[in-house]
Every structure is written in structure tokens, then in C-alpha cells.
Design a protein around this ligand. Structure first.
Ligand code: 6PG
Length: 246
């Protein structure tokens, strides 16, 4: 049964707080059913405030949560654009997530080596049959102004890949190499949480939901049209076109 829920909050702060509470609940539910929970988070500007809230949510037993990354820029961990670097400051350290639970993408390596190492890390941790894709309990995603999600940018042929775990991709938009989870793993997640705030997300969100079906042009359609269990946390500015229907 497909569940696509939009949670529209007044502003970014309220959206981040609501998304954090939702993710904490998902993680604790996962921990009621299994010894460990597997979470993958995205980077960018939006999640920082959500991480601040999640880190201080007293309900999550972080000793039992393994943290992965949806994507990473091909930069060292101390680089200002490192998703790991931002997450270390805003979630890992404040929440006290054990280092052994953090599965960093080695952005300092060459992109294809970094992808190979990350795939090996994921495969080793999930320890399932090679023909099965790892199933994360929670994957948190954002949406870019151009409709990208993860590091699947418009025109990225990997948008059609449903078999592989992750890959190195070059983004002309971002003018940098990225390492990203691929659609099959994203869609296999038990729960997806999408956080998007700001007026600049109104158009890509409308395209994701109501635009002509073309995920190669609008990768966020992968989530809006194909995913089965998604909660979208949007502020009113980002949801403006969805609300007005214009
Ligand atoms: C990244 C993210 C990316 C992000 C969107 C939205 O590495 O940049 O994983 O997919 O979610 O670009 O980013 P903002 O929150 O900065 O708008």
C-alpha cells in the first residue's frame, strides 16, 4: 500500500522540527523490532537545523543506530562542502553516535574508489544476499532547485538503475564529483523522509508531483511517483504551488 504524506508547516524551523520528531519515531520503532536501526541522511543546507533537533531528541538510542550517507561530495571530510563534516557537527557529535556506527563515504579518495569502498561497507554491514538490495530503515532526502535528489541530477542515467547500490557521478551543475546511493536502494527503504524548505523548492516540488513524467529531467519524481512510503516535510513557501494548484 502506497503512502505518500505531505506535512506542510509554517516555516523551515517548524518543518525541520517536525521531520526530526518523525525520524526519531521511525528509528525507535525500528529499534523495537531489531537490535540495530539503519539510517541514511542527505547533506546540503536544509538538514542542519533538522539534525540539531534530532540530536537532542531523547527518544533515540543512538548506540544502536548505524548512520550512513545518501551522498557525499568528492572532498575531504574537513572540507566546508563535506556532508560528513556538516553531519559530524550537527548530529554525530551532539547525539553521541559512536564512531563505529558511522559509515562515512571517503570523499578524499578518488570518486570511483570511494564508491567501491562505500558499496563494500554497505554490503558488508547489511550482509544480505548479493541479489538483494540493502533495506535502510530510514532514508532522509532533500530536493534541489533543479529537481535533483541525492546526487541524482537532471540528465543522470543512473536514475534508471534499480540494481546497484551506489556510484560515483559527475555533476556538471555542482561542477564536482559526487558519490551517491542509487534509486534501487532509495526505493527499497522502509521509510523515506523528504525535507524541502524555501520558495525555490516550489517549482521542483510541483514538477515532482504534477509535471510531465520524466525522472531523467526531474529526478525527484523517483520519490514522488515510484516510492511507496514517503513523508514529505515542507514549509509553506516550498509547498506554495502544491497548495495553490497553479
Ligand atoms: C547534497 C544533498 C542534496 C540535497 C539537495 C537539497 O549533497 O547536496 O544530498 O541532494 O538534499 O541539494 O539541498 P539544500 O538543502 O541545500 O537545498
Amino acid at each position: 500500500m502506497v503512502s505518500q504524506q505531505k506535512h506542510i508547516l509554517t516555516d523551515a524551523r517548524a518543518s525541520c522540527s517536525a521531520a526530526a520528531a518523525w525520524m526519531a519515531n521511525l528509528l525507535q520503532t525500528a529499534l523495537e523490532l531489531a537490535p540495530l536501526a539503519k539510517l541514511a541522511v542527505s547533506g546540503g543546507r536544509t538538514p542542519g537545523e533538522m539534525f540539531d533537533s534530532l540530536a537532542v531528541n531523547g527518544d533515540v538510542d543512538w548506540q544502536r543506530v548505524h548512520l550512513f550517507f545518501v551522498d557525499e561530495r568528492a572532498v575531504p571530510p574537513d572540507h566546508e562542502q563535506s556532508n560528513y563534516g556538516m553531519t559530524l557537527k550537527r548530529l554525530i557529535e551532539p547525539a553521541g553516535i559512536p564512531t563505529a556506527n558511522v559509515h562515512r563515504i571517503q570523499g578524499e579518495a578518488t570518486p570511483h574508489d570511494s564508491a567501491r569502498r562505500y558499496i563494500h561497507d554497505i554490503r558488508s554491514f547489511f550482509d544480505g544476499p548479493a541479489e538483494e538490495l540493502p533495506r535502510f530503515d530510514v532514508i532522509q532526502l532533500g530536493v534541489g532547485e533543479d529537481g535533483h535528489t541525492a546526487s541524482l541530477f537532471p540528465g543522470e542515467p543512473y536514475i534508471d538503475n534499480r540494481e546497484s547500490v551506489a556510484a560515483a557521478v559527475y555533476s556538471a551543475t555542482a561542477a564536482q564529483w559526487r558519490i551517491t546511493l542509487l534509486p534501487g536502494v532509495i526505493l527499497a527503504a522502509k521509510s523515506l523522509v523528504v525535507l524541502a524548505c524555501g520558495a525555490e523548492k516550489a517549482e521542483p516540488l510541483w514538477q515532482a508531483w504534477h509535471g510531465e513524467l520524466n525522472p531523467l529531467k526531474c529526478p525527484a519524481q523517483l520519490i514522488a511517483r515510484e516510492a511507496e512510503n514517503v513523508d514529505w516535510f515542507l514549509d509553506e513557501a516550498a509547498a506554495a504551488r502544491l497548495i495553490s494548484g497553479a
